[in-house]
Design a protein around this ligand. Structure first.
Ligand code: HEC
Length: 173
């Protein structure tokens, strides 16, 4: 074997090593995003709930009054935790992100002078929060008042809304 041949062999080995290295890098960078993508797709898919979840929200709901007779106030108090992120219900406590809900059942819509309501809710100020208005608003805030700044998904279950409204009635009077 002369030097020239040895160089050729060494050269070939070097090329092979380089190729393996390059392939390795390409390989892992090809695999990594695929795994990551799978993860992202899963994370996005679950909370979205799909179009079906949205369609269910558009359904018409019946009157809540018949369910109020047998409503469970203790369960309503538990549901109110969903509202506490933005609302207080105790008398004389300052507003949160949303207006205080003290005395909300029977109170005129958007009627607290020291709270900056959306114009969407202010347009309804001639009406009162009776139990049916609350029922619709809590079921789907944006359907009741398009453009409301209450960014809350709504409560789907009739009984849960009844329990919650019964709690609002009891706690805030
Ligand atoms: C993410 C914050 C947030 C959550 C959670 C939330 N709200 Fe609200 N709420 C608001 C905001 C903001 C407004 C003011 C809406 C506007 O001006 O359009 C509001 C307004 C209201 C009003 C109208 C009050 C008035 O003076 O006219 C009622 C009633 C109400 N919310 C009830 C509830 C109930 C019951 C829940 C729980 C099921 C709840 N909200 C959950 C932010 C929230």
């Amino acid at each position: 074997m002369n030097n020239f041949e040895l160089n050729k062999i060494l050269g070939a080995v070097l090329v092979a090593l380089l190729a393996a290295k390059v392939f390795d890098i390409t390989g892992s960078s090809l695999v990594a995003p695929v795994i990551k993508l799978k993860k992202d797709v899963l994370v996005v898919a679950i909370p979205e709930g799909g179009a079906a979840g949205h369609a269910a929200k558009e359904k018409e709901i019946g009157p809540i009054t018949p369910l109020l007779a047998t409503a469970n106030i203790a369960n309503g108090e538990k549901s109110f935790k969903k509202c506490m992120q933005c609302h207080v219900i105790e008398k004389d406590k300052p507003h949160g992100i949303g207006p205080s809900l003290w005395g909300i059942v029977g109170r005129a819509i958007a009627s607290l002078g020291d709270y900056a309501y959306s114009s969407s809710l202010k347009e309804k100020a001639s009406a009162v929060w009776d139990v049916e208005a609350l029922n619709h608003f809590i079921h789907n805030p944006r359907k009741f008042a398009k453009g409301t700044k209450m960014t809350f998904m709504g409560i789907e279950t009739d009984q849960e809304r009844a329990d919650l409204i019964a709690y609002l009635q009891k706690a805030a009077h």
